[in-house]
Design a protein around this ligand. Structure first.
Ligand code: ATP
Ligand code: MG
Length: 257
């Protein structure tokens, strides 16, 4: 059997010796699309930091058999980058080049290809900060593609995208996986995760992992989102969905704690 892209065993992650994510136990085959579900603070970004090597496991083992690039949880308030979309995409090549080498013509050509791959060929020379949130998101994905990463970590890439761009990004994720890239996507959309190959549910610990048809269930979603759940109209078999669009809702589930 082929070596998995990622193998985590008995792993816990955290900061300054304090665990925020425990019981990680999963293997991801190369070329899979993996949804990561979890509430705010559940540990999604922390897992990504471990996968890129930014933090070391507090305990257990982590094996990542792939070059990795992250599409960060975007800060859409930054509109002042005085650089073009092509410049941003070209920065991805820095991951591959020796420290003394600056990106040249070959790297810029690769960056243009990556922009074409995300449907932005005609906006290559636009100022990054002038692009829409969805377009900037795709430029950041192009940057990850320019890095030729085998494992792409997308941290809530759908946040703020309209339906058209959401659909384009889903198609892009599918085509990347078909080409053998492993893609992990942190998302708040349960229905989306149901369409991918694997799902990992986190809430300070691993709640479940596996084929979404098996690994997503009502008890799993309740454990994943705690009290922060609402009914999905017309989906009684699951019946719950994270109310992430309503962070500041009064929360009629009662005062609780
Ligand atoms: N640099 C840090 N130092 C200490 N604690 C941190 C740090 N970053 C995150 N945490 C804590 O780790 C826990 C998990 O946070 P993390 O950012 O991984 O959650 P998340 O699932 O990505 O949340 P969100 O959906 O809001 O992005 C939280 O309790 C958070 O406060
Ligand atoms: Mg996060």
């Amino acid at each position: 059997m082929a070596e998995p892209a990622i193998a985590a065993a008995h792993m816990s992650l955290g900061y300054a010796g304090r665990a925020v994510l425990r019981g990680l136990e999963f293997q991801v085959p190369t070329g899979s699309r993996v949804g990561i579900l979890g509430p705010n603070g559940g540990g999604k970004t922390t897992l990504f930091r471990a996968l890129t090597g930014e933090i070391e496991p507090l305990s257990g083992h982590l094996e990542v058999n792939a070059t990795t690039a992250t599409v960060a949880q975007t800060d859409r308030s930054r509109l002042d980058y005085p650089v073009s979309a092509l410049d941003v995409a070209t920065m991805g090549s820095l991951a591959r080049l020796p420290w003394w080498k600056r990106p040249g013509r070959a790297e810029r050509r690769r960056a243009r290809e990556a922009l074409a791959e995300v449907g932005l060929a005609e906006l290559a020379d636009s100022t990054f900060g002038d692009l829409s949130g969805g377009q900037r998101q795709r430029v950041l994905i192009a940057r990850a593609l320019t890095a030729d990463a085998e494992l792409l970590l997308m941290d809530e890439p759908f946040t703020g995208l309209d339906t058209t761009n959401e659909q384009r990004l889903e198609e892009l994720i599918d085509s990347l996986a078909v080409k053998g890239r492993t893609v992990m996507i942190a998302t708040h959309e349960v229905e989306q995760a149901e369409r991918w190959d694997l799902v990992l549910c986190l809430n300070g610990e691993q709640i479940s992992f596996g084929d979404p048809a098996v690994a997503i269930s009502k008890p799993v979603l309740e454990a994943t989102y705690g009290g922060h759940i609402v009914e999905i109209p017309g989906q009684p078999e699951l019946g719950v969905l994270p109310a992430h669009h309503h962070h500041h809702d009064e929360g009629h589930e009662g005062a609780g704690q």
